[in-house]
Design a protein. Structure first.
Length: 420
């Protein structure tokens, strides 16, 4: 079993638990004042969405306030695979130009390519596949019916087998596994909700760190509704500072705690509508929470992995997770609604990564079931003509125009659906 990456993530969690002097990020006076604005009557300040409905709190000193009606789910932001942050320059700042010396033979820069090397070190051509999306059929009565893709069961079973061979972070540190077993059912449901609220735009390993701090550093019995209501917002923000958008999530958790106390007798809602009425909780969180906390599966929790991978397979062509959920629920058997999120999240964490897909290790590529698999690389050779000047010997200089050819070699991915 190949678990080197998981071992590194687990070691990261263990090290973070052992560090007692874990210092939080710097708190500005404006933000500290906004957190202190929480009152017992439920007047809770929330940030107003910026571009794409999200404002990154770590790039500004002041957070604007709005009402509960403007709450959004953070993870609806489009996924950006690049992790580098570019510094914005003003008009008066100097430019930093980098010049390189051209040579007769050069390699053109290209984006990072998926890893085609299999576990045994071989790279070979894989089989081609055709896109067979779900078909929309309208009967004589005018009713629309969506038929499942022709080979979806074979794909599903193959992914199940691959998931058995590799352990993924979601298997040991997913939101469904983070609630403490010794607590009452009500407190376990509350911890499941908090784990999901913290998980937006955050890795499972990092989310596990924040949950563990809440469970161990809050007063006994730990992470409960009563302790969240009593904890100072500044302290709460320090406990969860490792997760993405921790400032916003501090507000959402405190606001949700007030709603649970006043409207739901201290428990979490047992309906999709009730869960989505909580600040920061969207459809994906609501369906996953209802299934994990209450044992009722009423829909599919579609996150970035489910949305991305199902589109790569050609099951549908959707632009948003909610479109993907509607498409899947139209034909996927209901008994698979609960497991598909866990199945594809782990698959996306181990093999079908957002950047650098391991198509050489994927059974779907070898069997010709994935139309988006990179089956080979081809080299494109392009000859570029240029002019050079040659100087003669002596005092006289004779300029002779010569033509030389430089060869640019570029590797291009060949997708399975492009192979003829």
């Amino acid at each position: 079993m190949k678990t080197s990456r998981i071992a590194r993530d687990t070691a990261k969690v263990a090290i973070s638990f052992s560090q007692a002097d874990c210092a939080p990020r710097r708190q500005t006076r404006a933000f500290a004042a906004s957190l202190q604005a929480f009152t017992a009557n439920g007047e809770v300040p929330l940030p107003s969405p910026g571009k794409n409905g999200v404002k990154r709190e770590d790039t500004s000193d002041d957070d604007s306030l709005s009402t509960l009606a403007s709450v959004f789910e953070i993870e609806d932001v489009p996924f950006e695979p690049s992790t580098s942050r570019k510094r914005k320059r003003s008009l008066g700042s100097p430019s930093t130009a980098i010049t390189t010396k051209s040579t007769s033979t050069s390699t053109r820069n290209s984006p990072r390519k998926p890893d085609l090397t299999s576990e045994d070190g071989t790279v070979g051509k894989l089989k081609k596949a055709k896109r067979q999306p779900a078909k929309r059929i309208v009967n004589e009565a005018g009713e629309a019916k969506i038929e499942a893709p022709a080979n979806w069961e074979e794909i599903y079973d193959a992914v199940r087998e691959m998931r058995k061979e590799r352990l993924a972070p979601v298997d040991t540190m997913g939101c469904e596994t983070l609630a403490e077993e010794h607590l009452t059912p009500r407190d376990k449901r509350f911890q499941t909700l908090i784990a999901l609220m913290l998980s937006s735009q955050t890795k499972d390993t990092t989310n596990a760190i924040a949950m563990r701090r809440l469970q161990t550093e809050l007063p006994s019995p730990g992470l409960t509704l009563e302790n969240i209501l009593q904890v100072d917002p500044i302290k709460l923000n320090e406990l969860i500072y490792v997760v993405g958008f921790h400032n916003n999530k501090t507000r959402y958790i405190k606001a949700a705690a007030l709603i649970l106390r006043d409207d739901y007798a201290g428990d979490i809602p047992d309906s999709i509508e009730g869960l989505m009425s909580l600040p920061g909780v969207g459809p994906k969180m609501a369906y996953l929470c209802l299934s994990a906390a209450w044992g009722r599966t009423e829909g599919i929790g579609v996150d970035v992995h489910v949305h991305r991978i199902s589109n790569l397979w050609g099951w549908h062509k959707t632009k948003a997770p909610e479109e993907t959920r509607a498409s899947l629920e139209a034909w996927l058997p209901r008994e698979r609604w609960h497991e598909i999120n866990h199945l594809l999240v782990g698959f996306g964490q181990t093999i079908c990564l957002p950047v650098g897909r391991k198509c050489g290790d994927c059974t779907l590529s070898k069997k010709g079931l994935c139309p988006s698999a990179v089956v080979d690389k081809k080299k494109v050779i392009k000859k570029v003509k240029g002019e050079v000047a040659a100087k003669g010997e002596g005092s006289e200089t004779v300029e002779v125009k010569q033509t030389e050819e430089s060869v640019v070699v570029k590797e291009e991915d060949v997708l399975a659906e492009d192979v003829k």
